[in-house]
Design a protein around this ligand. Sequence first.
Ligand code: BES
Ligand code: ZN
Length: 455
Amino acid sequence: MNPYEFIEANHNQFLEDLKDWLRIPSISTLSEHNADVRKAADWIKAHLDSIGLTRTEIFETPGHPLVYGEWLGAGNAPTVLIYGHYDVQPADDDEGLWQSDPFEPVVRDGNLYARGATDDKGQTFTQVKAIHSLLQSGQMPVNVKFILEGEEESGSNHIHTFVNEHPDLLATDVVVVSDTSFHAPDQPSIVYGLRGITYLEIEVRGPAQDLHSGMYGGIVHNPAQALVEILAALHDADGRVTVPGFYDKVRPLATDERAELAKTPFPPERLERETGLKTPWGEPGYELHERLGARPTLEINGIIGGRTGEGAKTVLPARALAKVSCRLVPDQDPKEIEALIAQHVASITPETVTSEVRVLHRGKWAIVEQDSPFMQAAARAFELGFGKRPVFTREGGSIPIVGTFQDQLNAPVILMGFGLPDDNLHGPNEKYALENFRKGMQTAIRFYEGISTLK
Ligand code: BES
Ligand code: ZN
């Protein structure tokens, strides 16, 4: 059967298989789910075996395992390395917003709802089934390798070393990643820019133990207060980051790139629709899409300290902690930014307390080449698969391994995303449009057929 017929004939089975994978709560940030992360790795390894790959393997890391698979029977045709991640974000539902169990996938109104439906099991599975459909047709146009990660959502701490240490295993002509979203529901997008990240904890300590706030309040600097004083000093009143040197390496947008990006703006109505907010905030002098795609940020992700449980307790806490992360852009270096923040925090920490800055994870930003022949083939594939030429956009999110692939594999990366802007990745009611699942497979197949002679 030709691959397109195979997709149509087996769509229900594909969907049922994807649902099985989605039922495994492979939440990489929560250690209580370590066994589930492994189960999800085993599941996809077995699935890769079942579609006719000739070698599959689980590679252990100090963290969650990597799943590798290959089929190299296309001789001199190009080799494609497909990256995806099988871990997912937590799906806490304190506010009761999920309309169905995040780990019991259901289809409603043409969408598949589940944690990981789009990010990234659904999109990864789109690639897996495109390859399955090509393999069974006996007309496989390219050599293919899969490398599937189980720690993307928790910072990709171990895949970088693996990539550095396995240049031959991962050698490829092009890297394909399906883990991004369209610009609009009817407007496919090839993402050419991702922000980098550095994730920190800032801890402030004062007295040796928690104190009675009546007996010591007024003579001891409260660490929770000192922490928020430090945090408040990290931005100015306009929203610019005040850490000295923070913007020094930021590459300004070239005039033509700025004009090109202005064609895909982030309209304020979209902010209101997606977040309920009428008033945007942020660095002056830049449009919203520029702040997201081309400007760095420093965010407070959470603050912990003192009494936060039920009822009142007159305590002066011994310590307080903030989780802080920066989104980084060309040409900022995560390690340099970490050092700048550590220095600055040390310099503004009053002598009444002590502070410590710890790094949890980091990842480089990425800008991918826009005019390689592979990119042209990808644009053409979207046109055939979705009936519309893709736009090229920069995204604010991060996929930490992409920069390392560029540096180590010396191959172009194609961010062939099939998500929609309202898929609620990381949020309640995450979904994947079945139409994008189907057309995504068609697009991927078109792409592999289109590049078979590029080498
Ligand atoms: N799929 C996202 C990345 C993404 C989101 C790309 C939106 C484009 C648009 C990915 O799974 C993700 O969420 N990455 C994390 C990485 C972090 C934990 C290092 C992110 O960006 O927060
Ligand atoms: Zn993702």
